[in-house]
Design a protein around this ligand. Structure first.
Ligand code: CP
Ligand code: NVA
Length: 298
């Protein structure tokens, strides 16, 4: 593995390799035998806000012996129109790797191509691969395995997080149900390309019925702020609450990639009742990304 650009571009073997390496990273935190990023400097280049991803990459790079360099796109010439391919060719000659959060997936791919250094997608409009890898690890940790897994995603089914879930389900062969209003369902061509056991519906209760995991994400993704009022009106009933949890399998996990907007995609009571899982999920971003960093530099 040279880059981590999407779940779409990973094989099932690579996904499982990352999950296994994550278990090793988590169990040896603070006493790692190897520091594969020693003498390395990695750029963390973000065009969108972040709490979890930024902090977990900065901490993770340091814990593996490297130095992170945070660059907001507004601080560098990229924000004033310098092309990605020129930025990438400069950075590729100075840095050892790059973690990028931006809008277009093609920009991360172009950076990887022109820089020649390991490049990690830290969220684009199309995918959030590090998130879904950490989520899979969390589900395996909580549930013991990914066998016979049924995941139900509720909310904006068209954004980056459910898109990465679609690829994860297709690659690993588990069942994914997406409950979303028609205009926020994943595109038909993406579903056709992915294949797998994926069902898309407008019916929340049907989608949640017997699910092992109920998962949601914000209704208004970064970059969509000007559509906020419309989205909130359209997505208003696509919420995880205690009634929906009751429709899932007894003991089902409730998950959220965070940040959470209580009273919108999830109620306060449901979030707090499942805070243990949700914040374990957030913590696992650190361990998963350290596993990815170490596999990319192996
Ligand atoms: N889940 C997630 O990526 O959070 P941040 O936007 O805070 O990084
Ligand atoms: N879909 C959300 C994920 C945030 C982690 C967004 O893109 O803003």
């Amino acid at each position: 593995m040279k880059h981590l650009l999407s779940i779409e571009s990973l094989s099932s073997v690579e996904i499982l390799e990352i999950l296994d390496a994550t278990a090793g990273m988590k169990s040896t935190r603070g006493r790692h035998a190897a520091h594969p990023l020693r003498h390395q400097c990695w750029a963390i280049m973000f065009s969108k806000s972040s709490t979890r991803t930024r902090v977990s990459f900065e901490v993770g790079i340091r814990e593996l012996g490297g130095d992170p360099m945070f660059l907001s796109s507004n601080d560098i010439q990229l924000g004033r129109g310098e092309p990605i391919k020129d930025t990438a060719r400069v950075m590729g000659r100075m840095l050892h790797g790059a973690v990028i959060r931006t809008f277009a997936q093609k920009d991360v791919e172009e950076f990887a191509q022109y820089s020649g250094i390991p490049t990690i997608n830290a969220l684009t409009d199309e995918e959030h691969p590090c998130q879904i890898l950490a989520d899979l690890f969390t589900i395996r940790e909580k549930r013991g395995s990914l066998d016979d897994l049924k995941v139900c995603f509720i909310g904006d089914g068209e954004c980056n997080v459910p898109r990465s879930w679609i690829w994860a389900a297709a690659k690993l062969g588990f069942e994914l149900r997406i409950a979303a209003p028609p205009q926020y369902q994943p595109p038909a061509d993406l579903l056709a390309r992915a294949g797998g056991k994926i069902a898309v519906t407008t019916g929340l209760k049907d989608a949640a019925d017997g699910a092992d995991v109920l998962y949601t994400d914000v209704w208004v993704s970064m970059g969509r702020e000007d559509e906020a009022a419309y989205r909130i009106a359209q997505l208003g009933s696509y919420q995880i609450d205690d009634d929906l949890v009751a429709a899932a399998k007894p003991g089902a996990l409730v998950m959220h990639c965070l940040p959470a907007y209580r009273g919108k995609e999830i109620t306060d009571a449901t979030l707090e009742a499942h805070a243990d899982t949700i914040f374990q999920q957030a913590e696992n971003r650190l361990h998963t990304q350290k596993a990815i960093l170490s596999l990319l530099t192996a």
